[in-house]
Design a binder for this molecule. Structure first.
Ligand code: COA
Length: 251
């Protein structure tokens, strides 16, 4: 059991909670491993019909731990725990409901592209700062984002890397609905229960059909993104941007 990822299974729902509040739920290798294992357990358990992914109502995740990025050498990404988590969420056959409050940065936003139903609080803040950090898009975002939100909007979100709010995320089709913070987790659970009550085989084949048009291209694109991401991690642009984050904290 991971210290920073809490998993429970009840009422046909496998819940995966990110729980590292002192670091805004920034994701470490150990957390990715725990999330990947939880997805695998949920997939293998016939009593589980739905996966529920969440943080706390005021924090989803600040994305990959930047200290880990700084420590990683170039090329270390393709075979990383993060890459295995992304492959697991890409190929999950059971539906995933996500509840997002507070920050959802980097992979915190791109993992949502692989979820079926996403709910967010009015204060949720999404951001794709890969370019700003001198990195490359990941999680299939270079393919899925323009398909979801249109080319111009995807270019804006990726090239400028600015945060955007829950209403903008709904308008862009990245979030199903905005839910008050006090109701977020309860609402997401209610929806998960409603999906879990549907005939599971029908749910699964519908998800498979929805994903099929992009499945092969997505697998290839995510491999390419990770190759480029690994190269970029060692670039002077990325080293400077990542170093600046921790300098800012000290300053
Ligand atoms: N990696 C490692 N540590 C992180 C982190 C990350 N991605 N995000 C936040 N933290 C840490 C901070 O360093 C700080 O730790 P400290 O108290 O030991 O200094 C703590 O979490 C709280 O973060 P803080 O920046 O003080 O909170 P905030 O509310 O002012 O800002 C964010 C929140 C998410 C906007 C800001 O932390 C941020 O921009 N983080 C980086 C996000 C990012 O670029 N992710 C990777 C994308 S590829």
């Amino acid at each position: 059991m991971s210290t920073h990822v809490r998993t429970t299974t009840a009422e046909r729902i496998a819940s995966i909670e990110l729980h590292r509040p002192e670091k805004k739920n920034a994701l470490t290798g150990e957390m990715y491993q725990a999330m990947t294992a939880a997805l695998a357990r949920a997939e293998a358990d016939d009593d589980v019909h739905v996966i529920l992914l969440h943080g706390q109502a005021d924090c989803f995740t600040a994305g990959n731990d930047l200290a880990d990025f700084l420590a990683a050498g170039p090329g270390a990404v393709a075979d990383s725990a993060a890459a295995r988590f992304l492959a697991a969420i890409r190929t999950a056959r059971k539906p995933i409901v996500a509840a997002v409050g507070g920050v959802a940065v980097g992979i915190g936003t791109t993992m949502l592209l692989h979820c079926e139903l996403v709910y967010a609080t009015p204060g949720a803040r999404f951001q794709l700062p890969f370019v700003t950090l001198g990195l490359a898009p990941e999680g299939g975002s270079s393919l899925l984002l323009p398909m979801r939100v249109g080319y111009q909007r995807a270019a804006e979100l990726l090239l400028l890397g600015r945060p955007f709010g829950a209403e903008a995320a709904v308008a862009a089709g990245l979030v199903n609905q905005v839910v008050p913070e006090a109701r977020l987790l309860e609402h997401a659970r209610e929806v998960a229960l409603a999906v879990a009550a549907q005939p599971p085989e029908s749910v699964r084949l519908t998800k498979e059909l929805l994903k099929r048009p992009t499945a092969r291209e997505l697998e290839e694109r995510m491999a390419e993104e990770l190759r480029l991401f690994g190269e970029r991690l060692g670039s002077p642009e990325a080293r400077a941007a990542l170093g600046a984050f921790f300098q800012r904290k000290r300053g």
